[in-house]
Design a protein around this ligand. Structure first.
Ligand SMILES: CC(C)(COP(=O)(O)OP(=O)(O)OC[C@H]1O[C@@H](n2cnc3c(N)ncnc32)[C@H](O)[C@@H]1OP(=O)(O)O)[C@@H](O)C(=O)NCCC(=O)NCCS
Length: 227
């Protein structure tokens, strides 16, 4: 789509492709969520969008994507990417920031349909989001939050070398939950062995992230990173 250049952005890992979903893919994504994201009774999100009926969960996904697109501003953006494996939609990876041009800090979020969890895909999704943040956007810090009992999410952060950055208390559906924030600096990230990620179409949309139209240093339009 010419007038929404984010549709040209594609992140590729060894097993996954991440991009803004078209309507059919958004519908598929909603169905994946409706089929189950969290174990029965578990709540892993401050807004328990995945804990209602399948119909509510699916609608939450669709409306959340429309809202994120409609509400996009250069100083407050939320990138919601569909994640595909072998051409099948399996989950969602988010990267968002407020006043990024000043703070150079972004945050991630992610989820997979239950049948796709525990196969290393979440780790590849996070690797893709971190490449976008640190290499393309020039982030200095990326944060992630996870509920205390969400071992898989916290483990993914741990694997990338995130440091603990405090615990917040929240009421979710009248229940106390502890939210652990973790932060990864660009410096720590650069010291690690990088997972292979290919990013295409970023230069066309860099201005939408509040960045100057010119890349900071000469480079190709599409960035081939460690692949
Ligand atoms: C969180 C999520 C995206 C992670 O994706 P994933 O594909 O399952 O994660 P991976 O397979 O890449 O890695 C998970 C890691 O956690 C570990 N793990 C999983 N469950 C665990 C548990 N109960 N205790 C300890 N470690 C656990 C795995 O062993 C793996 O670590 P390893 O590679 O060192 O073995 C996915 O599990 C999910 O969608 N969960 C439900 C929604 C959710 O919680 N979203 C995040 C909200 S903050």
């Amino acid at each position: 789509m010419r007038h929404w250049p984010l549709t040209q952005l594609t992140l590729t890992t060894p097993d996954l492709v991440l991009h803004v979903p078209d309507d059919d893919q958004l519908d598929e994504l909603a169905q994946v969520a409706a089929d189950g994201v969290v174990p029965p009774g578990a709540v892993y999100f401050p807004q328990p969008w995945a804990s209602g009926t399948p119909e509510q969960t699916a609608r939450n996904v669709v409306q959340n994507h429309w809202w994120a697109r409609g509400d996009w501003r250069e100083d407050n953006w939320r990138l919601h990417l569909a994640v595909l494996h072998d051409g099948q939609v399996i989950g969602q990876q988010n990267l968002s920031a407020r006043d990024f041009r000043v703070t150079r800090e972004a945050r991630t979020g992610f989820w997979l349909g239950q049948r796709f969890q525990g196969r290393g895909f979440g780790t590849q999704m996070r690797a893709a989001a971190l490449h976008l943040a640190f290499v393309c956007l020039g982030a200095e810090r990326v944060t992630s939050t996870a509920f205390a009992d969400n071992a898989a999410s916290r483990r993914v952060s741990e694997k990338f070398g995130y440091q603990a950055n405090g615990v917040r208390r929240l009421a979710v559906d009248g229940r106390l939950v502890e939210v652990h924030e973790a932060v990864l600096t660009a410096e720590t990230w650069r010291r690690q062995d990088q997972q292979p990620v290919l990013i295409k179409g970023f230069d066309e949309c860099r201005h939408l992230f509040g960045l100057n139209p010119e890349p900071p240093e000469p480079g190709p339009v599409d960035m081939i990173l460690h692949l």
